[in-house]
Design a protein around this ligand. Structure first.
Ligand code: 5GP
Ligand code: ZN
Length: 139
């Protein structure tokens, strides 16, 4: 039995208590169509076991979901024939997470689709970048 959280919509999909358009399943993961697609084919890969986000998911489930995402990307490549792909994960509200069961968005991209890069590339002083890198490395 997968580890489920009461009231979680994605756990309800895993258990079959809520409907979803399933694309792919294995022992550890389920991949479904997103109900509010950003582009044609937008899908979500989730672990069967409930984890809130990237910080709390196990390394094993993170690997399983990444491998499942690549499997779906390869299938979309043969079927939808998009021009590219984005994988996206939102961790916490500040990063746009709205469903608190870990998921990887698989977003097929098309040259004429409306999506835009969500940040403006800005230059920065190399000293500043090096200082932040040092802080992250120190842990
Ligand atoms: P987030 O905003 O957390 O990165 O992504 C959550 C995604 O889940 C959204 O793209 C949203 O459209 C999708 N979503 C929310 N509720 C449901 C649902 O009940 N079923 C499916 N298939 N997708 C959902
Ligand atoms: Zn859940």
């Amino acid at each position: 039995m997968p580890r489920a959280k009461q009231g979680c919509i994605f756990c309800a999909i895993v258990s079959g208590d809520a409907p979803a358009e399933i694309l792919d399943e294995d022992e550890h993961t389920v991949t479904m169509m997103d109900i509010n697609p950003a582009t044609k084919g937008h899908a979500l890969v989730i672990p069967r076991d409930h984890s809130e986000d990237l910080l709390s998911i196990s390394e094993e489930d993170l690997c399983h979901t990444a491998v499942a995402a690549q499997r779906v990307v390869k299938r979309m490549e043969e079927t939808l024939e998009p021009d590219g792909f984005n994988l996206l994960n939102a961790a916490r509200v500040a990063a746009w997470q709205t469903v608190f069961h870990f998921h990887i968005h698989v977003i097929p991209r098309y040259e004429d689709d409306p999506l835009k890069l969500p940040w403006i590339p800005r230059g920065a002083e190399m000293d500043g970048i090096a200082g932040i890198a040092a802080a992250i490395r120190q842990g």
